[in-house]
Design a protein around this ligand. Structure first.
Ligand code: CO
Length: 151
């Protein structure tokens, strides 16, 4: 268990496409445990592996309404509707921006043991998932925001 340093915007690692996770081993569990500690300490809604400098397709989402989730090799299978609202990012300190996201998403992902799951998410949960998945392809919310403000 350890808090990892969260990479800030401007660092190239945030702009890379991440590789799939291939081994569901202790090294992955250590990464996920550290990401959990880090997102809780930073009080974020989620954290993606590239934000701690690891170019693998793994994210965690932690929101009050739904709880804590780990998504490995996640894929959005379908999406529906649209929502527009404010979001922020632990890699873009002191700012928030208005971003349009799907209202609902259907997702496939693997858990830390390599078991495949399907999940449907809506509202803020869907927003958080879409935000974190973008990180895996080097996309930040500030690329999509129609309005950005200093907090
Ligand atoms: Co983010």
């Amino acid at each position: 268990m350890a808090i990892r340093n969260v990479v800030q915007v401007g660092d190239e690692v945030l702009r890379k496409k991440c590789f799939p996770v291939e081994k569901f081993d202790e090294k992955l569990w250590q990464l996920l445990d550290d990401m959990k500690d880090t997102v809780k300490k930073e009080q974020g809604a989620g954290l993606a592996a590239p934000q701690v400098g690891i170019l693998r397709r793994a994210v965690v989402v932690d929101i009050e309404e739904e709880g804590y989730f780990e998504f490995i090799n996640p894929v959005i299978l379908s999406q529906k509707g649209e929502q527009t609202g404010w979001e922020g990012c632990l890699s873009v300190r002191g700012k928030s921006g208005v971003v349009s996201r799907p209202m609902k998403v259907k997702l496939s992902y693997f858990d830390r043991f390599g078991e495949k799951h399907l999940l449907q998410a809506k509202g803020f949960f869907a927003r958080a998932i879409c935000h974190e998945l973008d990180h895996l392809d080097g996309v930040l919310y500030i690329d999509k925001a129609t309005q950005i403000e200093q907090n």
